[in-house]
Design a protein around this ligand. Structure first.
Ligand code: SF4
Length: 353
């Protein structure tokens, strides 16, 4: 396996990731959506297995050219909620800051697939200043989520500049980064990048991983470097048909993340991005998977299953519900992890010593 990120159809074919007869299909998809896979991710793919869960995430597919009526180029309404370039302000107490639109890999299911890519514009110095001014001027903003694109592709110097500017804004409590870099290009997480992320304020890094095979020794070591610098690590995963829609796979993923000091935070239901229907399970299927995890996996390994409502209406937990009100007296029926229902509060005769 080479040491370069693959970005073009012939490179995918030459690396054995795509059969030569699919080269034209791949090239057509690449003209519409950004394409890239790092050597580390390409190296994980089982050649000749079209259903390989890593290949599914990064190798383009002709089905991406099909758009369903419910799909949209801006599925969660980022554009509508952007008061100025580089800022998305959906909730009163937090904003997204998007300094760049470039990623180390381009995920075939990405909800921002029509905004990210090598052609995507990064903020100029003046635009970044304006975005920071927007945050400075609003004391209700408590958390800044630096995302993109992937902010950990910025040079450590630019990253440090952003962290320093945010660190001195008095009303901010938390600076959070969203990234795939520690998983897909772990060697970038070197001393300069780790130093750039250090701040007086709480810094969280939310790491995107979807399959336990992504949790390589290199990724583990990168997370350890971040954790040793006092950075809190969260896990973000997307529930993807054909990749991780299996209780054993999710269990291995969440246990693996927690053991790497990465607390599984969100399991996202896939958004209605154009050309991504093949990845979407139903909400019923997602809930059934979450039910199977409850009871067999430590709470430390249980993310919240969430859906970002189309149109920018926000993120909502859509996991299974275990409590149903029985009557107006405050009695509930609670389902335990084995599926058995219990009355709460229990009748006195049900209470055992
Ligand atoms: S790394 Fe994140 S932003 Fe970039 S393509 Fe993948 S999901 Fe989208």
């Amino acid at each position: 396996m080479g040491d370069r990120t693959l970005r073009r159809a012939p490179e995918f074919v030459a690396a054995g990731l795509v059969a030569p007869e699919r080269a034209a299909e791949l090239a057509a998809v690449a003209r519409r959506f950004a394409v890239a896979i790092t050597p580390d991710m390409a190296g994980l793919i089982e050649r000749g297995d079209e259903s390989d869960p890593i290949a599914q995430q990064f190798v383009p597919d002709a089905r991406e050219m099909e758009t369903r009526p419910e799909e949209d180029q801006d599925p969660i309404g980022d554009r509508r909620l952007s008061p100025l370039k580089g800022i998305v302000h959906r909730y009163p107490d937090r904003v997204l800051l998007k300094p760049s639109h470039v990623c180390p890999v381009y995920c075939r299911f990405c909800f921002r697939r029509e905004q990210v890519g090598p052609e995507g514009e990064s903020l100029t110095a003046a635009e970044l200043d304006a975005a920071l001014d927007y945050i400075r001027a609003r004391p209700e903003i408590w958390e800044v989520i630096v995302t993109g694109g992937d902010p950990l592709l910025l040079s450590p110097r630019r990253l440090a500049g952003i962290v320093k500017a945010l660190d001195v804004i008095p009303h901010l409590g938390v600076i959070r980064f969203h990234t795939r870099v520690p998983i897909v290009q772990a060697e970038r997480v070197g001393p300069a990048l780790v130093k750039a992320l250090r701040a007086e304020k709480a810094v969280y890094v939310a790491i995107h991983a979807n399959h336990p095979r992504e949790l390589t020794e290199k990724a583990r070591a990168a997370c350890l470097r971040l954790a040793r610098a006092g950075i809190s690590l969260l896990g973000q995963s997307v529930l993807l048909k054909g990749v991780n829609d299996d209780a054993a796979v999710l269990e291995a993923l969440f246990r693996g993340l927690a053991a790497m000091r990465v607390k599984p935070y969100y399991l996202h239901h896939p958004d209605l991005a154009r050309g991504t229907a093949r990845f979407r399970p139903t909400l019923d299927q997602g809930q059934a998977l979450m039910r199977r995890l409850r009871g067999r996996v430590s709470g430390l390994c249980q993310p919240t299953y969430v859906l970002d409502l189309p149109g920018g209406h926000g993120k909502v937990p859509v996991g299974p519900c275990y409590a149903t009100p029985q009557d107006r007296s405050g009695t509930w029926s609670i389902t335990d992890p084995t599926g058995q229902a219990h009355q709460y509060p229990p009748r006195s005769v049900d209470i055992k010593d």
